[in-house]
Design a binder for this molecule. Structure first.
Ligand code: ATP
Length: 368
């Protein structure tokens, strides 16, 4: 129900810059995930949007209105934290009703919305129960319900599922997405868990060291990482990265990986990128984009085999080129020590500049 625009947003704590120059527009009704490792500035960003922290630089606009100086209570935001804030002496019903009563909502309306929210979050059988006796999983579900029930225009969730168990987390991922579709709020979801970001978000904002690195749909950031950090952070395992030398091979251009083989390329941007770094370029491919083949372009010794249930990860290469590929369990597995020849799926090859780590040959800066 509200568009959020962050312009040159930054936050310093004394001489430490926790966030620098963040530019991003979150559309009305969009589910945006802020994804990045611990300490990258996700919570700092959220706290400024919520009004708990004043920016050092830049502005935050809700539907074109600058909200700097507007206190949290008047911003129309609901906020759910990692540690649920629940009144444990109250019943589930009273916890859900709390925000509506505080706003003077008529009794019948309170009752109707409590029933509705409880049903949505599967809390109906527990409405009469005191919160103090409930499990962590249920308390977090209740915390989400208590924030959602007042239908804030903007819903901010900061790692709300990090304390709940894995099975419950999977259930909640689906429920949160449904909840947002139902209420149509603008939702910002902070997580360091790429699975949560990938499964729930309309778009993902990937951050590292106080910087926004890329914004895009889950598939876009996965398939077209703007730099080597995003390439390695997304995916489990992340994208394989290896350095090669660009050289002319008759009339065509090849990237040479020494004893590991070479691949031919046709994009002149790759040559231009290599010219910046003594002819070197970083080549990237996803573990699932490589398959063992009789006469593949690349060759690596097999180091070990890791079974992960539905699939198997084959670890290959040497310390300079540690490569992982994913194969189906039914595949005949290679032996440790054997040299495996690999084919890389056409169109899935990615290239990055050595010094900057920036992707080669993509026009958009991916930040808007
Ligand atoms: P996490 O997932 O661990 O919460 P995060 O991405 O949310 O990480 P932030 O909490 O935004 O990261 O913190 C960003 C950086 O700013 C961290 O290095 C943190 O130590 C620092 N920081 C946050 N709040 C303060 C503060 N009040 N004073 C000083 N430094 C702070």
């Amino acid at each position: 129900m509200t568009e959020i625009r962050l312009s040159n947003l930054g936050k310093d704590f004394a001489s430490f810059t926790a966030l620098a120059d963040m530019n991003m527009t979150i559309a009305d009704g969009e589910f945006m995930a802020l994804l990045g490792p611990s300490g990258c500035g996700k919570s700092t960003t959220m706290n400024m949007i919520a009004g708990m922290l004043e920016p050092t630089t830049g502005s935050i606009e809700f539907d074109g209105r600058d909200v700097r100086g507007v206190p949290m209570a008047r911003r129309g935001v609901g906020f759910v934290f990692q540690n649920y804030a629940i009144f444990t002496h109250m019943t589930v019903w009273d916890n859900l009703a709390y925000g509506l009563k505080a706003r003077g909502t008529p009794r019948a309306e309170v009752a109707r919305r409590v029933e509705e929210t409880a049903s949505l979050l599967q809390l109906s059988p527990l409405l009469k129960r005191r919160a103090s006796g409930l499990s962590v999983n249920i308390l977090q579900r209740l915390a989400i319900g208590r924030s959602a029930i007042v239908e804030p225009a903007i819903f901010l969730l900061d790692e709300p599922l990090s304390n709940v168990d894995a099975a419950f987390r999977a259930v909640m991922r689906t429920e949160l997405k449904q909840l947002q579709r139902q209420f149509k709020q603008t939702m910002i979801y902070v997580t360091h868990d790429q699975l949560e970001a990938m499964t729930m978000a309309d778009r993902i904002a990937v951050m590292d060291h106080g910087k926004l690195l890329q914004v895009g749909t889950p598939l876009d950031v996965y398939n077209n990482p703007q730099n080597t950090f995003v390439a390695g952070f997304l995916g489990s395992p992340g994208m394989n990265l290896m350095q090669g030398h660009v050289r002319q091979d008759g009339s065509s251009t090849a990237v040479d990986f020494g004893a590991h083989g070479s691949i031919t390329v046709s994009d002149t941007a790759i040559e231009a990128a290599a010219a910046k770094s003594d002819g070197r370029v970083q080549f990237g491919f996803r573990p699932e984009a490589a398959a063992p083949s009789q006469d593949g372009a690349l060759r690596f010794p097999v180091n070990f085999i890791e079974r992960i249930g539905s699939r198997t990860i084959v670890h290959l290469g040497d310390p300079d080129n540690a490569i992982k590929i994913i194969v189906a369990n039914q595949t005949e597995l290679p032996r440790v020590g054997e040299v495996l020849s690999l084919d890389i799926t056409k169109g899935s090859e990615r290239f990055f500049e050595i010094e900057s780590g920036q992707a080669v040959g993509r026009q958009s800066d991916g930040l808007h």
